[in-house]
Each structure stands twice: as structure tokens, then as C-alpha cells.
Design a protein around this ligand. Sequence first.
Ligand code: NAP
Length: 352
Amino acid sequence: MKQIDRTKPVLVTGATGYVAGWLVKKLLEEGLTVHAAVREPENKEKLKFLDEIAQQTDGTIKYFQSDLLKHGSYAAAMEGCELVFHTASPFILGVNDPQRELIDPALIGTRNVLEQACQTVSVKRVVLTSSVAAIYGDNVDLKLTPDGMFTEELWNSTSSLEHGAYMYSKTLAEKEAWKISLDQSQWDLVVINPSLVMGPAINPHGVTSESFSIIKQLADGTLKAGVPDMGWGVVDVRDVAEAHYQAGFVPHANGRYLVSGHNTSFLGMAQVLLPNYGEKYPIPRKIMPKWLLWLLGPILNKALTRKFIARNVGYPWKGDNSKSKRELGVNYRPLNATINEMFQQLVDEGII
Ligand code: NAP
């Protein structure tokens, strides 16, 4: 049972990220001091959104230059913190060099941050942003689950450098985190495993997260001919932030938390947009036949390999979020609000 002293600073790695933005907002609203570890503290344009929130709340934000690949670069940011949120890790699907672009920052970064926690006497708890990607590799894996649902008990055993490199990066990183945490007793580890995160961004113009590429594809006609027939879990970015916050401060929080609001699909997301935007935007209305996807997939998107299509298309997705509701009190927003508010933000900001 770890009680966190709220007068001490709290570290957030990757504070300028899409998911981290809402967590930083929540921490500042709670009047906390946030140590924001970022790659470019001199980039005022990138930080202005967080600065504005800090000005409107009782919280304080301080920036620190840190890079996942630089050993020791989280030391200054972690100094005096009892609570560390490690969110930084690239979420990109179409990479050229998966080892360099995904695995290294995820794995070396987790090692750097958690080993730093072992050397920083103040640290009592680390909350790691993992993913459902560390629970399963492909939708077809659902068939192998004991209860027909993905749960915190399961581990992704099918992704590799060649197949599902992002999923693999998250699996390796989370396993490493558990390994480091079990070798010490100073701090405890709590892991958040979100499904696909959607919803408006704190900084919609600077987003690098793949979440935004996905919603943009629903608007720009890329998928007008139809979407892959694929189930997936979706969760609102604000609910993910709340889950992180609770994982940090609820004393009995422990282990992994599958954080997912809805068992839905690509088409399910498109369908909630149709009533509001179907007239003006080429929102997909149907499924693309698997044979056509088989032909076009690898041309449309590097991540849509034939193996990916074979193991994911035509299969549903189902996740068990009951532990997150029971222990962290997460109250998931309706899918309709998440997807429509995200889309409307892109419209308002002239992005689509
Ligand atoms: P994002 O907006 O692209 O955020 C990624 C963050 O990682 C950025 O802040 C980025 O820093 C930081 N980062 C990347 N490489 C780095 C490096 N070498 N050194 C230091 N920082 C580095 O993506 P996101 O969606 O918010 O992802 C945040 C976390 O949530 C990741 O761990 C991701 O795996 C996890 N997650 C995301 C989803 C989702 O659907 N979005 C679902 C499950 C889990 P810069 O700002 O400097 O680029």
C-alpha cells in the first residue's frame, strides 16, 4: 500500500504526447507540481498548451530535457518525485526500421526510466503506459483466450520484429518493466494497458500519435471504398488519463489494468460519425471485402501486410475492463462522444 505525498513533484515522461497531455492537465488541476520530461524544452510552440493549462490551475509545471535513448537523462526530472508516470514511447505503425524507430525507444527507454527510479530514493510508485498490444498480438488470438475475452492475465506471444513491431515493442517494454520492478522493493509498479485511444487532443496540431492518422483516414476518403472488417477496443483519452491518475494515487492499485471503454470495430467508429458528418465527408459506410484488402492492403499501408490481414480481418475484439472499473473507478465515456468530439476538433482546427 503506497500513499503518495501530494506536495512532492510528480514526473511525467513524454509530457507533450497525446495521452500524456490529458494526464498533465488532470495533475495540474489537482494542484500538483508536474515535472514534465520532454525532448525539446526549448520548443515554446509545443509547450504553450501545457503552459496555458498551468496558468489556469493551481498546479505548477517544470520542464526537463530527457531522451529515452540517453542513459541517465531522467535523473534531474525524477529528483524528489514519489510518483513517476512513464508514458513516453513512439506509437507509429508504418515504420521503415522497427528496431530503431520502435523497439529501442520502448525497451531502452523503459530500462532507463525504471533504472533511474531504482537510483532515486524518493520514488515510491511507477505507473507505466503499456497497451493492450502487450496482451494480444492479433485479433485471432481471441479464440485462444480462456473466457473469450482479452484480460490482464494474458500476454502477447505472437508479435515479432517482422510482424506487429509496435505490439512487440510494447510487449518487450512491459516485460522489462516487470522484471526490473521484481528485482527491488523500493517502489511498486502499476501498468495501464489501454486499447486504441481516441478523443480530442490538448494540442491537435502537434499530434504524432497514430490515433490521429486513423481518424483522419475516416475523413479524407482513403477508406471510402470500405474499411477492413476488424474489431478493436476503443477508449477515450480523458478516461485513459483518469485511469493513470487513479493508478498513481489509489493506494491499493496493483498489477495491470486493461483500460478500454468499448468493444467496437473500424466500421463501428465510422457509423457513429455518419449522422453528423456523412453528408460533408467521405465517411466509410461499408466493409471492404477481404480479398480486395488482400490485394490492396500492402499498397495502402505498410502495416497492412498479408499476414496481418489473415490474422486480424474478419475477427472481433473483446476486452474485459471490469478490473479498471472496480479498482480505479473508471467511468467510461460513450463511444459516440469520444469519436464525434475528436472529429469536430479536427474540423474546428481546420485539420480536415
Ligand atoms: P504520442 O502523442 O506520439 O506520444 C509519444 C510520446 O513519446 C511523445 O511525447 C514523444 O515525445 C515521446 N517519445 C518518443 N520517442 C522518444 C524518445 N526517443 N525520447 C523521449 N521521448 C520520446 O503517442 P501517444 O498515443 O500519446 O502514446 C503515448 C503512450 O501511450 C505510448 O506509450 C503508447 O504506446 C501508449 N498507448 C497509446 C495508445 C493510442 O491508441 N494512442 C494506445 C495504447 C497505448 P515528443 O513529444 O518529443 O515527440
